[in-house]
Design a protein around this ligand. Structure first.
Ligand code: SF4
Length: 336
């Protein structure tokens, strides 16, 4: 994690963007969501944003990102204003009035490759880099991406990795923790250790859908009930396990910013390949993405439990009971 004394070459990200461009420019991307949620006291950052005028009914991630940028003194932020969240547009304007340089990045909703390429080239122009440099950064990051794919395989195929470990490595691949060499070293060590483990034997195999959760003990609670998450939908998307040579194609395959059909196809593939018994759809309070719950439940044929999280911290008692009941139902369906 960067400290405020060495942040000058860091570029804040409100969501996943082509980080190859930032690395190609010799700069360090930092995912503001990960920085916020790994703070010792993320709740304090929400109160700080509320004191600055953000309303109670603004999503916690937006408030957390705001305070993180201010507290770290991050001077440049890439705001994903198309394909993510309209709150980000207003957040960008607030930050810009506070002296932060805000660079918009728009994913085209209908996945037009030429529009996406144009967005990438705008970013390359802003950071004065070339396609040649970008492809050399891509080559470097692709080596790590293929190791993350192996970590994911060890999770669902060999049963050697916990749901939380899978989540943590994949979610931090949105920026490779601003230090790809260190990230890769940690990953290599982890993989070597994981391969020596005995396989896990949980009775219930779950998929996690939706934006990464704000709860601190979600995976722990799941595993205490004899279940395990073997598919982290969005986190896996951050790791871009597509193995394609073309950078535009890579970011067109990334399902998160586009229409929901791509997500449904990806989830249905995972259900078969990973033998999922059920899905937990995490929704964030005050987030428009909650509405996708309707479509996911119409389009997917295995049981889905929808849970909602608002502020950082442990799961509340009611949600724990709902998860317990869901896991019991799945056990009954499986073993009769
Ligand atoms: S959780 Fe939803 S509302 Fe919050 S930042 Fe993400 S997309 Fe926007």
């Amino acid at each position: 994690m960067p400290d405020s004394s060495n942040i000058s070459d860091h570029i804040g990200l409100t969501s996943t963007i082509p980080v190859e461009i930032i690395y190609a420019a010799g700069l360090k991307p930092v995912d503001l969501n990960n920085l916020f949620i790994s703070e010792k006291n993320p709740e304090k950052l929400l109160r700080q944003a509320e004191a600055a005028g953000f309303a109670h009914n603004v999503c916690s991630w937006i408030k957390g990102i705001y305070s993180t940028v201010i507290n770290y003194g991050i001077s440049s932020v890439i705001a994903v204003t198309g394909g993510d969240c309209s709150n980000t547009i207003a957040l960008g304007e607030v930050l810009s009035r506070e002296g932060v340089s805000v660079i918009p990045f728009d994913y085209p909703l209908n996945k037009e490759g030429d529009i996406l390429k144009d967005q990438m080239e705008k970013l390359m122009k802003t950071f004065s880099t070339t396609w040649e440099n970008v492809y050399s950064a891509k080559k470097r990051l692709d080596r790590i991406r293929s190791k993350l794919k192996e970590l994911d395989r060890l999770t669902f195929k060999e049963n050697l990795v916990s749901g939380f470990e899978n989540h943590l490595f994949l979610v931090t691949s949105s920026d490779f923790k601003s230090a790809p060499d260190l990230f890769e070293k940690d990953l290599d060590q982890f993989l070597a250790g994981a391969r020596r483990r005995e396989p896990r034997k949980e009775e219930v195999r779950l998929g996690y859908l939706g934006v990464p959760g704000i709860y601190s003990d979600f995976y722990e609670v799941i595993e205490s009930l004899g279940a395990r998450v073997v598919f982290n939908e969005t986190q896996r998307q951050f790791s871009m396990p597509y193995e394609v040579d073309d950078l535009v194609e890579q970011y067109l395959k990334y399902t998160y910013p586009y229409r929901v059909e791509g997500r449904i196809e990806d989830i249905n593939t995972a259900i078969k390949e990973r033998r999922l018994d059920g899905l937990i759809h995490y929704t964030q309070t005050f987030c428009y993405r909650q509405i996708y719950d309707i479509i996911l439940k119409q389009a997917i044929n295995i049981p889905i439990l929808t849970i909602e999280g608002d502020r950082p911290g442990p799961l509340d008692a009611r949600t724990i009971v709902r998860i317990e009941t869901f896991v019991e139902i799945l056990k009954d369906r499986k073993y009769g």
